[in-house]
Design a protein around this ligand. Structure first.
Ligand SMILES: C[S@@+](CC[C@H](N)C(=O)[O-])C[C@H]1O[C@@H](n2cnc3c(N)ncnc32)[C@H](O)[C@@H]1O
Ligand code: SF4
Length: 396
């Protein structure tokens, strides 16, 4: 563990913004998809889920002792594939959360689900356990690409799962991956148009990225996966913005689109740089302890994590106190993904320095950022395709 403090930090300021949520990572999947670098594992052999879930309750107790008195506004079961969980496990984890913190009566409780028929069969159980929002990994509305992506569901199964979710949960969303090998703009236009008919309040639309350590990475390196060039990627992105806005689900974040009011509150908490506990293997957290922001990360391997929790009550392998500069950088990286932008006053409070007027003026002159009437700074439509570079300029 590494604890770094910035001795040049200015006087005490409020580092939190009142947002508090819990992320629960379920690390298991039925199979590993060739593009995915999330902390997901296929386990074979006997598995005692009820015993495994008890480690979550223990870790929750550990984090709750560090963050007493908070009110939970959102819980997110992410993975891996949380829809492989027995609904009783989901209920048990929610109970453990409720034993240690007050859960807001309007809390958003999301579970990520894969849209196979088997998993859809558990939806009612999740709803009874307290889940009020599901996010389904549809990935494509075309059977050929679904098979190439290694998915274990068909388009018909996915559509049925989306409709079932819409009838059981008050809110739902689904994910699609676009800018795939050989996909044309016309293909995507048709596919996304169909998706927007199907969607209710929210969709997440991700351009395929090639992640190191995946099978797609090896194929790409070997020249066997032809990805769109930069210009075509920007065209894909712009088409996506246009179609979603016309359908009434504009982007509120670089890859997330919602009808106003239907945004994912849990994800907004990350992007607005709130406080969150990360429970489970590989989960990350940002905890405010003694007015310092701790960046935590847990052991990734599911059974090593379980052993660590058994030995000492938590599975953390990292607990770093962030310097004020690091907090400022994180606020920019997270907040500039949002359409609402960032409050430069909060940046200055957290980091102890202002964003350079000269940098802002330069980025404005090329049309990459703008200042809103409320004083927030945001990245423009033109700046979004080069977001990383804009963030780096503002952080410099
Ligand atoms: C934790 S993952 C998936 C959750 C769930 N197991 C599933 O597969 O549906 C969350 C989302 O990230 C997106 N994703 C994962 N890897 C990606 C990649 N390499 N490029 C683009 N999107 C990716 C997918 O849309 C996926 O639904
Ligand atoms: S995309 Fe989802 S199902 Fe596939 S390996 Fe990643 S987490 Fe598991």
């Amino acid at each position: 563990m590494n604890t770094r403090l910035d001795s040049s930090a200015p006087g005490r300021v409020e580092r939190g913004n009142g947002l508090f949520g819990v992320y629960v990572h379920w690390p298991f999947c039925a199979a590993k998809c060739p593009y995915c670098d999330f902390n997901s594992h296929v386990h074979r052999g006997a598995f005692d889920e009820a015993t495994y879930v008890r480690s979550y309750a223990r870790e929750i107790a550990h984090f709750a002792a560090l963050t007493p008195g908070r009110k939970v506004q959102s819980v997110f079961f992410g993975g891996g594939t949380p829809s492989l969980m027995d609904p009783r496990s989901v209920a048990g984890i929610l109970d453990a959360i409720g034993q240690h913190w007050e859960i807001d009566s309007k809390a958003e409780i999301t579970l990520e689900a894969n849209p196979t028929s088997v998993e859809a069969g558990r939806f009612k159980g999740y709803r009874a356990a307290g889940v009020n929002r599901v996010s389904l990994g549809v990935q494509s509305l075309r059977d050929g690409p679904l098979a190439e992506l290694g998915r274990r569901h068909s388009v018909d199964e996915a559509i049925a799962a989306v409709r079932l979710a819409q009838s059981i949960f008050p809110r739902s969303s689904f994910d699609l991956i676009y800018a795939r090998p050989r996909q044309t703009l016309d293909d995507w236009k048709d596919e996304l148009t169909e998706a927007l008919w199907l969607a209710q309040g929210h969709v997440s639309l991700y351009q395929l990225t090639i992640e190191m350590g995946t099978r797609y990475y090896d194929l790409f390196q070997a020249g066997k996966l032809k990805m769109p060039d930069e210009d075509l990627s920007v065209d894909f992105y712009e088409l996506t913005q246009e179609l979603t806005a016309n359908a009434g689900l504009p982007a509120y974040e670089i890859s997330n689109h919602a009808r106003p009011g239907q945004e994912s509150r849990h994800n907004l908490l990350y992007w607005r740089y709130g406080e969150y506990v990360g429970v489970g293997p590989g989960a990350h957290g940002r905890l405010l302890i003694g007015n310092q922001r701790h960046a935590t990360a847990a052991e990734k391997l599911p059974f090593d994590w379980q052993q660590k929790v058994a030995a000492r009550g938590h599975g953390l392998v990292t607990d770093d106190v962030l310097s004020w500069e690091e907090e400022g950088d994180e606020l920019l990286v997270m907040g500039l993904r949002l359409r609402e932008g960032i409050d430069p006053k909060r940046f200055a409070q957290l980091s102890g320095r202002a964003i350079s007027d000269r940098q802002i003026a330069e980025l404005k002159s090329i049309g990459f950022v703008e200042t809103l009437p409320n004083g927030f700074i945001r990245v423009t439509d033109r700046g979004w395709p080069v977001l990383d570079a804009v963030v780096a300029d503002l952080a410099a």
